[in-house]
Each structure stands twice: as structure tokens, then as C-alpha cells.
Design a protein around this ligand. Structure first.
Ligand code: ADP
Ligand code: ADP
Length: 234
């Protein structure tokens, strides 16, 4: 079934100068449940804006339905925020608690869950990102860059989102760290069926992982297809 349905989406940011810029033009796009979709394109092509629209954080013109919610309505955007996990570039900046454990517990604690359920989720999330119990009491800021990235991801996973929206989630990591994070997201999608939308400017990174690739260019869908089709056409 379709998890994301976008028809004729247009988005123009409020102009700072008289030169008005359309960030997204006539976007049509559907994503199936459990799919791993990559959105690629050069800088400024509209990738982040499209992800923000899917997250209900930016509002454009046209039809945008995510997980059955019509996002033109504010009440639906609020409901969606409990179902999607959004990971922005450099997500370690989202860390702020005194210990790794409490940082990951922060989201679930705001979800009216029992303390047993919170504990279960925190431990499960930290296990998925391969941070063992010895790390639980440490300040998130004492962790390495790659570990901080994983900690931030655990904080999102602990909220058990149905959909993951990832904006260049490996930016700034070394090749090994990038590989680890990409393996993690691939596994979450494949094993748990979490619908995953990954924004990247790195074609190689997504080539062998995505079910389907959408290429944006100047705010429009330039190409769409399975990775083999897209990369064969160059
Ligand atoms: P990408 O993620 O592909 O780099 P963006 O979605 O960030 O592209 O940007 C698309 C266009 O919208 C660019 O021209 C960018 O300058 C513009 N833009 C992005 N965010 C804003 C904003 N908050 N205000 C005004 N213009 C923006
Ligand atoms: P809070 O900081 O919200 O009061 P608690 O300290 O009461 O949380 O912890 C609740 C549960 O979470 C504990 O029973 C424990 O199993 C687990 N926990 C919390 N911190 C740690 C830690 N540093 N190492 C291992 N488990 C922890």
C-alpha cells in the first residue's frame, strides 16, 4: 500500500528579495510501505525541502498524504509527528541530556508509556545502534563522532517510528562510519519494514541499497526508477 502520495506539489519560500524562488515545482511521487527510497540531486535541487514537506514541517500547495494523513490540515501534521522519525544533517546536535541512557529515553518519556516500556525501548534502540550498557551512563558529549551519530539515531528509534526521513544522515563521517550507518538503516528497512526516505547527494552511497531512486533537478523530478536504470542512464 502507499505510504506517501504527493500530487502536483509546489513550494515557494517567502522571498527575501523580489527574486522569488520556487524550491519545488509540480512534484508527483508515491512511496510504497516498507520501501527504501533515495532522493538524490545536486545542492539546491530541493531534496531537503521535499523531506521537510513529507515530515509536515513545511507546507506547500498540492496534495500531500502521508500514512493516510492529508498534511494540508494542521491537526494531521501534528498526528504525523508522532509517527515519523526525522534525522537531519549532523543529528548529534540533537543530543542534550546528561547521560546516553537519558538522552535516548527523552522521546519515549514524552509519550505516556509505562516505565517498563520506556526501558525496553531505550535498551532495544541502543542495541540496534550497537552501543552497549557500558556506554549508558556516559555523557553523550564524551562519545566519538560516530557514536554520537548512533546515539542520536537511537533516540529516534526509541520512539518506534513507522517512517524514517533521513537528510544526509552520514554527512561528516569517515567512510567506515558512513558504511555502518547505511547498513543500520538498510537493516531497519529490510527487517522491520520501516519505510525509509533517504536524501543524499552521494549516488554511490545509495546505488545498491535503494529500491527506487528519485532524482531532483532545479526543484523538479528529473528521473525516477530503480538504481540500475538511473545509474545506467548516468
Ligand atoms: P537541497 O536539499 O537539494 O540542497 P533545498 O531544499 O535545501 O535543496 O533548497 C532548495 C531551494 O530552496 C534552494 O534554492 C535553497 O536556496 C532554497 N531554500 C531552502 N531553504 C530555504 C529557506 N528556509 N528559505 C528560503 N529559501 C530556502
Ligand atoms: P531516570 O533517570 O529517568 O530516573 P532511572 O535512573 O530510574 O531513569 O532508570 C530507569 C531504568 O533504566 C533502570 O531500572 C535501569 O535498568 C535503566 N538504566 C538507567 N540508567 C542506566 C544505566 N546507566 N545503565 C544501565 N541501565 C540504566
Amino acid at each position: 500500500s502507499k505510504v506517501i502520495e504527493i500530487e502536483n506539489l509546489q513550494l515557494t519560500y517567502a522571498p527575501k528579495t523580489s527574486l522569488q524562488r520556487q524550491a519545488l515545482q509540480n512534484i508527483n511521487l508515491t512511496v510504497e510501505s516498507g520501501e527504501f527510497r533515495a532522493i538524490i540531486g545536486p545542492q539546491g535541487s530541493g531534496k531537503s525541502t521535499l523531506l521537510q514537506v513529507m515530515a509536515g514541517l513545511e507546507l506547500g500547495l498540492g496534495k500531500v498524504v502521508v500514512d493516510g494523513l492529508d498534511l494540508s490540515q494542521k491537526k494531521n501534521r501534528r498526528i504525523l509527528w508522532q509517527r515519523v522519525g526525522v534525522i537531519f544533517q549532523q543529528p548529534e546536535r540533537q543530543l542534550f541530556e546528561d547521560s546516553l541512557y537519558n538522552d535516548v529515553a527523552y522521546g519515549p518519556k514524552n509519550m505516556a508509556l509505562t516505565s517498563e516500556e520506556i526501558e525496553r525501548r531505550v535498551k532495544a534502540a541502543l542495541k540496534k545502534v550497537k552501543l552497549g550498557e557500558e556506554y549508558y551512563p556516559l555523557s553523550p558529549f564524551k562519545l566519538s563522532g560516530g557514536q554520537q551519530r548512533r546515539a542520536a539515531i537511537a533516540g529516534i528509534l526509541a520512539m518506534e517510528p513507522k517512517i524514517l526521513l533521513l537528510d544526509e544522515p552520514t554527512a561528516g563521517l569517515d567512510p567506515r562510519g558512513r558504511q555502518e550507518i547505511m547498513n543500520l538503516f538498510t537493516e531497519l528497512c529490510r527487517k522491520q519494514g520501516i519505510t525509509t526516505i533517504l536524501v543524499s547527494h552521494d549516488m554511490e552511497e545509495v546505488a545498491h541499497r535503494a529500491d527506487k531512486v528519485t532524482v531532483l533537478h532545479k526543484g523538479k523530478v528529473f528521473m525516477e526508477g530503480c538504481p540500475q536504470e538511473i545509474f545506467a542512464r548516468g
